[in-house]
Structures are given as structure tokens and as C-alpha cells.
Design a protein around this ligand. Structure first.
Ligand SMILES: [Zn+2]
Length: 96
């Protein structure tokens, strides 16, 4: 299963995420619930045998972007390897 996550909506720990300066408690709770849902969905998918690849917005946008070619290569590599989950994010890192 491949997800493409917006860094703001999923509260990613990267330069593209910044908590809004207004209604901070609202946004904090909302984004924490989004992260919690991500963890729940991941657990359900893993328990039913799915592998998960998260492509983060920062891999494709912003000062730490990898660029579309590198992202495509990482996705291709993940698909061919056939095991484990992967996060493709900015700053030239692909976390396992
Ligand atoms: Zn990000």
C-alpha cells in the first residue's frame, strides 16, 4: 500500500510542518488525532499482510526535496525488494 502524505496534515517532523500560530490547541489535537489514525491504519494493514510505503510531501517539495527521479527510484526499489515498510522523506533519507 502506498500513501502520499502531506507534511502538515500528518504532522511530519520536517521543515514543511509548522503548527499554526492561531488556535494552537485545536490544531495540536487535530493533527495528533491524524497521527494516531495513521498508526492505527498502519497496524491494521500490517496485521493483514500489507507492506506500507509512505511518500512524504517533503520528498517532492521544499528545500530538502529529493526530486521526482530519486523518489521514483526509491519506490521502484521498494516494490522490487518485496519486504518491509519504508518512508521516503526529504533530506536525502529513506527511513525503514
Ligand atoms: Zn515532511
Amino acid at each position: 500500500m502506498i500513501f502520499v502524505h502531506g507534511c502538515f496534515w500528518h504532522g511530519h517532523d520536517c521543515p514543511l510542518f509548522k503548527l499554526p500560530s492561531t488556535r494552537r490547541d485545536f490544531w495540536k489535537a487535530k493533527l495528533e488525532r491524524n497521527r494516531e489514525r495513521d498508526r492505527e491504519v498502519t497496524a491494521i494493514l500490517e496485521s493483514t499482510g500489507w507492506r506500507i510505503l509512505n511518500v512524504w510531501e517533503c520528498a517532492l517539495k521544499g528545500k530538502e526535496k529529493l526530486g521526482i527521479r530519486m523518489v521514483a527510484d526509491l519506490v521502484d526499489q521498494w516494490l522490487r525488494e518485496g519486504e518491509g515498510n519504508m518512508d521516503v522523506r526529504g533530506a536525502a533519507s529513506a527511513d525503514r
